[in-house]
Ligand binder design. Structure first.
Ligand SMILES: [Zn+2]
Length: 252
């Protein structure tokens, strides 16, 4: 069976002399493991599309649940991400997290647009990378079924909590003073007014305007800590690509 689709490469592993095994996220297909035969040969038409973080038109061929990439033509290479080690490391983290939550053969609504928009933001928009990373992490958690409750303090119901905090394991907001009841278990990350507003914008706002939020630097730092901590706590794991990103990230 042939499937004509558009897909983003989330992972590439060299195989034999000239092949690669790719993990792709494909429109209408979810995650697929695909063999790209001969793509490491010079002049192979699959050479460019079979690279990490390249978005392409693809023709996939399925024989007994064994997928191969027959034809492909590149749509977007995200050159600005590829040319910058820090952005490439962050993009690789986006790909690893996406692979972790994507399902084989089943599309998770919103997941493909989220990673494409996040890569586009790193590539073309002049947004702080910390904002793109935090928004990606929180939105991905929501799409994967871990939407936090950010409307009001989970204990007293106050919509604008004083010294707001996000409890990472329960995924609820609470006031600093209400910690006793909401946050006894696990870690609660400190927020403030601007970072809470940004979290609400990302979780509940228009996904096409995900990165259209102004966050002052000190609040962005709180937002970043809360979003990363929340995602890793909910997924109950870490990521090698995140460790690498932190090693090479320039200060500030
Ligand atoms: Zn409260």
């Amino acid at each position: 069976m042939h499937v004509v689709t558009k897909a983003l490469v989330l992972r590439e592993v060299n195989y034999k002399e000239s092949d690669k095994i790719l993990t792709v996220l494909a429109q209408g297909q979810g995650k697929r493991t695909v063999k790209a035969r001969g793509c490491r040969r010079r002049n192979s038409p699959l050479a460019a599309p079979a690279q990490l973080l390249v978005w392409s038109d693809m023709t996939l061929f399925d024989y007994r649940d064994y997928w191969s990439l027959n034809e492909a033509s590149t749509l977007e290479e995200f050159r600005g991400v590829r040319a910058d080690l820090e952005k490439l490391a962050l993009g690789s983290y986006f790909a690893e997290v996406t692979e972790a939550v994507a399902e084989e053969g089943v599309e998770t609504p919103g997941l493909l647009p989220l990673i494409l928009n996040s890569l586009y933001a790193l590539d073309k928009l002049r947004k702080p990378t910390a904002l793109v990373k935090a928004a990606f992490e929180l939105k991905l958690a929501c799409l994967a079924g871990y939407e936090p409750l950010l409307d009001a303090c989970a204990v007293c119901g106050e919509k604008m909590p004083e010294e707001p905090r996000l409890n990472l394991s329960a995924g609820v907001l609470h006031c600093g003073g209400c910690r006793g009841e909401a946050g006894e278990e696990g870690i609660s990350m400190p927020l403030d007014g601007a970072s809470l507003a940004a979290l609400r914008h990302v979780a509940y706002g228009d996904e096409k305007r995900l990165f259209s939020v102004q966050v002052p630097p000190a609040s962005l730092e709180r937002m970043a800590g809360a979003c990363e901590g929340f995602l890793l706590t909910q997924l109950e794991r870490g990521f090698h690509t995140l460790d690498f990103y932190k090693q090479i990230k320039l200060p500030g």
